[in-house]
Write a protein that binds this ligand. Sequence first.
Ligand SMILES: NC(=O)c1ccc[n+]([C@@H]2O[C@H](COP(=O)([O-])OP(=O)(O)OC[C@H]3O[C@@H](n4cnc5c(N)ncnc54)[C@H](OP(=O)(O)O)[C@@H]3O)[C@@H](O)[C@H]2O)c1
Length: 330
Amino acid sequence: MQKRKIEALEQDVSAIGLGCMGMSEFYGTSDDAQSLDTLEFAFENGINFFDTADMYGTGHNEELLAKFIKGKREQLVMGTKFGIVRKPDAYERTVDNSPAYIKQACEASLKRLGTDYIDLYYCHRRNQDTPIEEMMEALAGLVKAGKIKGIGLSEVTAETLRRAHAVHPVSVIQSEYSLWSRVAEDDVLPTCRELGVTFVAYSPLGRGFLSGKIPNINALEAGDFRRFNPRFSEEALKQNFALAEQLKEVAEQKKATEAQLALAWLLAKHDNVVPIPGTRNKDRLLENIGAADVMLTAEDIAALDQIFTPDKVIGARYPDNGVVGIETPV
Ligand SMILES: NC(=O)c1ccc[n+]([C@@H]2O[C@H](COP(=O)([O-])OP(=O)(O)OC[C@H]3O[C@@H](n4cnc5c(N)ncnc54)[C@H](OP(=O)(O)O)[C@@H]3O)[C@@H](O)[C@H]2O)c1
């Protein structure tokens, strides 16, 4: 697997990481034994970059990763996140960025992960009651104490990134970025480039939509988060499927799958972007890894850019009760 560098940490990571969220919730039921098998398989196949958060399954995801990282901690680069506060099984959330909360959340994540350091510690969502400078001071304290190596921010504006970076170097921004979610292209990606901040692209497969494998909304389990995501509403899907059809045509020309093309587009467009597609399935994992070998020309990239211009994509990225703490347009 090709590598990309997290410049701020001089740390190499696999060009494609693995998002672990779906192993605990949001995309239907999961099975721990299968998830652990997939994690091992990812590692054997060259992935060393894993993403989790304290709120995925209210701690379940970090505890699952603890089992996987045992014995190979030093060989992995792991990111986790703080800031979203939810009751078990409730989607509704509040956000806490206070220094006292951060300290306590970090200790809790370290304990659940069974490790004494976190490579990348992200602010998952922003609460404006805590000025960004105050939050960064608290995170800088964790770096100094050796509890975390690098600081990450999720779904923040370029302005917040600049203010944060002035207090302590930000290693990574992790925000939604894919063919059908292009907000980051406006000013966050250029600012990352300018400041030497690596961009971790979450939901790079459009939460599965870009793979072309979701035939309709009824194919999703009853509790699946996408059932109440506006972009997946029956009405929105009708129009969005037309875009997916065009993606399929290009994929056929390139002898790749749609999922591979969606990931290859991110890799070809930016050398400082690391996508973290999520899957619980070994075959899909191999397919996603294969995206690193799909070569796209400037013409291919431009054609894909055009299929999914933001005005053609229907529906918001999040339901109303999910936007709290997201600074970028939804
Ligand atoms: N910072 C944030 O606020 C934030 C928000 C969301 C996500 N994230 C992180 O980003 C990671 C990735 O995002 P995501 O999981 O939301 O979305 P994603 O990677 O765009 O898509 C994941 C979905 O696509 C399916 N899938 C994966 N590979 C596939 C393939 N080759 N063919 C068909 N379907 C495929 C998965 O199902 P199966 O599991 O059944 O394969 C899953 O339902 C998460 O795991 C999480 O770590 C961060």
